[in-house]
Design a protein around this ligand. Structure first.
Ligand SMILES: Nc1ncnc2c1ncn2[C@@H]1O[C@H](COP(=O)(O)OP(=O)(O)O)[C@@H](O)[C@H]1O
Ligand SMILES: [Mg+2]
Length: 231
């Protein structure tokens, strides 16, 4: 078995008034796995991703990602954790509209202190792999939704993250572009990238993940289990 990339131990999170957004969630995801998290709206899927990313903290329990306890990190350390270990992809792409595609992709590497030349080379290579290199000099607003999501994936991969997190990555795409993103995620996982994708889209879950976790009211009600990985 490969090393754990995510370890959640008895994690609970509750926002002020409401019921717990997550209750006693324990979960291990190993290197090379591709896991989908399914569940109705409000079941705690985004809360789970935010805790893994260090964007939020649990009320109790521990969150360990790539060997680092993230539940106790301060803001600056949590930001470094995200920058160095995690790539994130969102429903609405979250690209910076006043930067070119290439500059969007290069940005995380600049923040991490990668040299300009090396960062530019890696960005070009990623845009090529993702099939959007001809848009390198364009602004994101000129691209289709599917192309924007490819650029967002390139940006997420820039710092070679241990973990790629995607929150409803096809939620704003037409079905053909959604299938395209599914294939892309499947290819990345075939190359060894560990992926967790939150989605409503069963077809996406089937196309790019080998393990499915179901969340209901903040608790895991089903987990098809880790597939033994030969990698
Ligand atoms: N910042 C917040 N403040 C208060 N309640 C929140 C906040 N974020 C999420 N919640 C609540 O926590 C629960 C889980 O939300 P969320 O994790 O966003 O679910 P999902 O992503 O599955 O739709 C919901 O009841 C939601 O209303
Ligand atoms: Mg959500």
């Amino acid at each position: 078995m490969t090393a754990p990339v995510i370890e959640l131990c008895d994690v609970s999170r509750r926002y002020d008034e409401g019921p717990p957004a997550l209750r006693d969630v324990s979960l291990t995801v190993r290197a090379g796995e591709a896991v989908s998290v399914l569940g109705p709206s409000g079941s705690g899927k985004s809360t789970l991703l935010n805790l893994i990313a260090g964007l939020d903290r649990p009320d109790s329990g521990t969150v360990t990602v790539d060997g680092v306890r993230v539940d106790g990190l301060g803001e600056a350390a949590a930001a470094r954790h995200r920058r160095d270990r995690i790539g994130m992809v969102f429903q609405f792409f979250n690209l910076l509209d006043d930067l070119t595609v290439a500059d969007n992709v290069v940005l995380p590497a600049q923040l991490a202190g990668m040299g300009r030349g090396e960062a530019a080379r890696r960005a070009t290579e990623l845009l090529e792999v993702l099939g959007v290199d001809r848009h390198a000099g364009a602004f994101p607003g000129r691209l289709s939704g599917g192309e924007r999501q490819r650029v967002a994936v390139a940006r997420a991969l820039m710092n070679r993250p241990a973990l790629l997190l995607a929150d409803e990555p096809t939620g704003a795409l037409d079905s053909a572009s959604g299938e395209d993103v599914g294939r892309l995620l499947a290819d990345l996982n075939a190359d060894g990238q560990t992926i967790v994708v939150v989605t409503h889209d069963l077809a996406l879950a089937r196309s790019c993940t080998t393990r499915t976790i179901r969340l209901v009211d903040g608790g895991i009600t089903a987990d098809t289990g880790a597939v033994e990985s030969a990698r």
